[in-house]
Design a protein around this ligand. Structure first.
Ligand SMILES: [Mn+2]
Ligand SMILES: [Zn+2]
Length: 359
């Protein structure tokens, strides 16, 4: 199920900024500075990202406090009570698909004590983290909630061997333990291509358009959605990312940590199949050729949240929202809702209603 990484790893190097307007040499400038603290990391990353010609192999030192082998978890960040319902639905769904791995909730000081108590009573493992403020010089973001997303980077600090960082607006509908069971590489991450068809960004092409037709997407489509990231926590990588952050022109990162992670891990991320981050954008734009309710493993409720009932942008997603509500209230019905949605899609396809959906 895991897509080969060779194309991605061999490709972009430091050459092509995925985020429009970002200078590709920013990261290289940092790496060239060779801060002692991060030298081993820098060499390892320079090798993977092909920012420099291959330097002498310098194995990354094993951290003094290695996490126990086999310690793996789903991880979600919660910074406000508003998204606690999302975490509850996610937790329910993970239990319903009988995952062998726990859900760890990284909570910040913005989460009130009674919300923490509720989550703990439900069965979530809480892990308090400090807020990572937006870096100085950060722009006005595409969405105000992005300001809090920088704290996601703290997942690299966790004392786990391997984690899958997921968003609080996701619901697991099929067991996907293979993401945590399969050994991930320490020098790359795994994620799913972003779909740019609903909210186009510059000239970047949606990789899913290419996936549906000619197989591997072009490098210009190599931008991932940060809603699901499989990673190996490493404090030195965390520190290296923090230092690298200081060298980026943050005014260009309008999608906050997602843009930064795409720059930092450019050429060193492995594309996962769409089923591991099935966004509403994908559902809206590629139902005829990509989306299949019989395959999807985790749905990502991007844009309007299903629990924000007064949000004006639910049109066209009402049926998909049923999945979230099932996970929140009656998780035992998730598979029945999936089947119902699949049958509805088949009816649409046999009619003419889906014509024109594919862009
Ligand atoms: Mn999200
Ligand atoms: Zn698309």
């Amino acid at each position: 199920m895991i897509v080969s990484s060779s194309r991605c790893l061999a490709g972009r190097g430091g050459g092509e900024g995925a985020a429009a307007g970002t200078t590709p040499t920013q990261g290289a400038a940092y790496l060239a500075a060779r801060c002692d603290e991060a030298l081993a990391c820098a060499q390892a990353f320079a090798r993977v990202r092909a920012i420099h010609a291959a330097p002498p192999a310098a194995p990354l030192a094993v951290p003094a406090t290695s996490p126990p082998a086999g310690s793996r978890a789903w991880v979600v960040l919660l910074t406000t009570a508003r998204y606690a319902v999302g975490v509850k639905a996610l937790y329910n769904s993970i239990a319903e698909v009988e995952s062998d791995y726990p859900l760890v909730v990284m909570v910040t000081e913005g989460v009130p004590p009674h919300v923490r108590d509720e989550l703990q009573a439900q069965g979530c493992s809480l892990h308090a983290v400090g807020v990572q403020p937006p870096p100085a010089g950060a722009p006005s973001y595409a969405s105000p909630q992005f300001i809090e997303c920088w704290t996601k980077l703290r997942a690299w600090e966790l004392g786990y061997e391997q984690v899958a960082l997921v968003d609080a607006d996701m619901v697991m509908v099929r067991n996907m333990d293979e993401l945590l069971a399969a050994e991930a590489d320490r020098h790359s991450i795994r994620a799913v291509h972003e779909c740019f068809c609903v909210v186009p960004r510059g000239e970047t092409r949606c990789a899913h358009l290419e996936n549906a037709r000619d197989g591997p997407p072009p490098h210009s489509g190599s931008y991932f959605n940060a809603g699901l990231i499989v990673l190996r926590p490493c404090r030195r990588v965390y520190e290296h990312m923090q230092a690298a952050l200081l060298t980026f022109d943050l005014a260009t990162l309008s999608f906050a940590e997602q843009d930064f992670l795409n720059e930092y891990w450019a050429g060193a991320w492995e594309p996962l199949p769409w089923v591991y981050n099935a966004t509403k954008g994908l559902y809206a734009s590629h139902r005829a050729t990509v989306w299949d309710f019989r395959q999807v493993k985790i749905v990502h409720f991007t844009m309007a949240k299903p629990w924000e009932l007064r949000h004006p942008c639910h049109s066209g997603f009402e049926r998909l929202n049923e999945l979230w509500w099932a996970a929140f209230g009656e998780p035992a019905t998730i598979s029945r809702i999936l089947l119902k949605l699949h049958r509805h899609e088949m009816q649409l396809r046999s009619g003419a209603e889906l014509s024109g959906v594919e862009k």
